[in-house]
Ligand binder design. Structure first.
Ligand code: ATP
Length: 319
């Protein structure tokens, strides 16, 4: 293998730049040429390529977002689009590709691998909703961001004996809500994986109030309910002034935590090792603090168990 490409796809996540840097520099140190692909699979179809050297990735380790830009491409999901992407690789001598993104991006990487372009996928998404890894690149930064925001909200809620409903990212996954909920001592968390209702939130608030609690934080994953509606219902049922905050895209940005930088750096380096060993159609993960890799289809078929023990702890200690 003489030349590899690298792209970021789907939603951006802090730490993607650290992964790009690690892939680029590991490849260069192994004597490979590296091509950056801008705007994910859309850029691969359009041939948005540039040669990368060790200096191309200087001073990006600490930056959120992705220097390669990201995109979603419907065209790539068609056979015609896929063939255009393959032609770009062939025309430019790209013999392997590192794809950083979520499970949709992994499906694309599997399709390319099946058509003769060896791909290694890295899990880059703030949601942590990838089954084949304990942690995804960007999750830790996102949880830390939410924690800081909720701490700030708590200061003002506490000063006025109020309740706050904070809506966080997570259409289908409640990991951000769960981890931030524990880290901020949320009164109640609502996640897609567990049956949770506004009635239960109200009960938890009432039982806390009976024990002398006077301000409350409810964290809701966006896939379960909307902060504004929930706030109205809680205020009406309890009489406690309740405010809604939707954190939105603030959760996606920001400088990656050291944990995300280390995870991205080790995964990025490992991805190049796999390509050099002649591997294809693999997704990198971390399990029990060890870097691992799986066949992409097998990884996509795995079922992630929601950590109910953590969910229980969160509820038990927020009385
Ligand atoms: P996030 O977790 O942020 O949503 P993602 O990688 O899952 O990231 P998607 O929009 O699902 O984001 O996928 C990114 C891109 O991957 C799509 O725009 C499309 O080009 C490609 N892709 C998604 N699903 C498939 C598929 N089944 N086959 C081929 N390519 C796919």
């Amino acid at each position: 293998m003489k030349k590899i490409g690298i792209l970021t796809s789907g939603g951006d996540a802090p730490g993607m730049n650290a992964a790009i840097r690690a892939v680029t520099r590991t490849a260069i140190s192994k004597g490979l040429e590296v091509v950056g692909v801008r705007r994910g699979y859309a850029g691969l179809i359009a041939g948005e390529l540039f040669e990368m050297n060790a200096r191309s990735v200087s001073n990006i380790l600490q930056d959120g977002g992705t220097m390669l830009y990201s995109a979603r491409s419907k065209e790539f999901c068609t056979e015609e689009g896929m063939q255009k992407a393959i032609k770009t690789c062939r025309d430019n001598g790209i013999e392997g590709l590192v794809v950083i993104g979520g499970d949709g991006s992994f499906r694309g990487a599997a399709d390319l691998s099946a058509r003769g372009i060896p791909c290694i996928a890295l899990p880059g998404t703030i949601d942590n909703d990838i089954t084949s890894t304990d942690y995804t690149i960007g999750f830790d930064t996102c949880v830390n961001c939410v924690t800081e925001m909720v701490d700030r909200i708590r200061d003002t809620m506490r000063s006025h004996d109020r309740c706050s409903v904070v809506e966080v990212m997570g259409r289908h996954a409640g990991y951000v809500a769960l981890h931030a909920g524990i880290a901020t001592g949320a009164t109640y968390i609502m996640v897609p994986e567990v049956d949770s209702s506004v009635q239960d939130a109200i009960k938890k608030i009432e039982s806390g109030r009976a024990l002398g609690k006077s301000s409350f934080i409810i964290i809701v994953a966006e896939g379960v309910g909307h902060a504004e509606k929930l706030s109205e219902q809680i205020q009406e049922a309890t009489g406690i002034v309740t405010r809604a905050t939707i954190l939105g895209h603030v959760q996606r940005g920001g400088s990656p935590t050291s944990r995300d930088r280390i995870l991205a750096s080790t995964m990025g380096s490992y991805a190049v090792d796999l390509l050099v060993e002649g591997k294809s159609n693999r997704v990198v993960g971390i399990h029990k603090e060890k870097i691992v890799d799986h066949d992409i289809q097998e990884a996509l078929a795995m079922k992630k168990e929601f950590p109910m023990d953590l969910y229980k702890i969160c509820n038990d200690i927020s009385i």
